[in-house]
Design a protein around this ligand. Structure first.
Ligand code: FES
Ligand code: FES
Length: 160
């Protein structure tokens, strides 16, 4: 079945099994390998992308559900001013972790910062931790990532 959606600002049409997980379609058909297969059960968040401005787990979403939506992956975000702001903040806070969890952490921080009611207020630790709640990492703590969220909020003033 042919399914159309917008991916990182470009219209795409893929001919796939409509029930195939969106993660598989993104990775295997469209080369968006920043989304990772971790648990495959909606628990770890490593397959996160932004769909119509919601952070979603693509391992659980059949591709048909993406029909007519606008999707953003790290490939689309990483060269934008806001994406770069979050990535630079993660580097500054030494919050870059492994390749499995980092792409989704960037998307989660970006999503939080971009959807604040008031861009001039730095989110609290609690708000940042809540925004990261769907992204599991059992290797290290989240302190540096939380710090990165605050740095990106501060340094991105005027951007958000
Ligand atoms: S792979 Fe999708 S939530 Fe873990
Ligand atoms: S899962 Fe990436 S550092 Fe723990």
């Amino acid at each position: 079945m042919k399914i159309c959606f917008k991916l990182n600002g470009q219209a795409v049409k893929v001919d796939v099994d409509p029930l195939q997980p969106l993660l598989h379609t993104l990775r295997e058909r469209l080369g968006m390998t920043s989304a990772k297969q971790g648990c495959g059960e909606g628990e770890c968040g490593s397959c996160s992308i932004i769909m119509d401005n919601q952070l979603v787990n693509t391992c659980l979403i059949p591709t048909i559900q993406a029909k007519g939506t606008a999707l953003v992956t790290l490939e689309g975000l990483r060269d934008t001013p806001k994406g770069l702001c979050v990535i630079d903040a993660l580097l500054e806070a030494k919050g870059v972790q492994c390749g499995f969890c980092s792409p989704a952490m960037v998307l989660a921080l970006y999503h939080l910062l971009d959807n604040r009611v008031c861009a001039s207020i730095t989110p609290t630790d609690k708000q940042i931790r809540e925004a990261l709640a769907g992204n599991l990492c059992r290797c290290t703590g989240y302190a540096m990532i939380v710090e990165a969220g605050k740095i990106a909020a501060r340094k991105g003033e005027g951007l958000w």
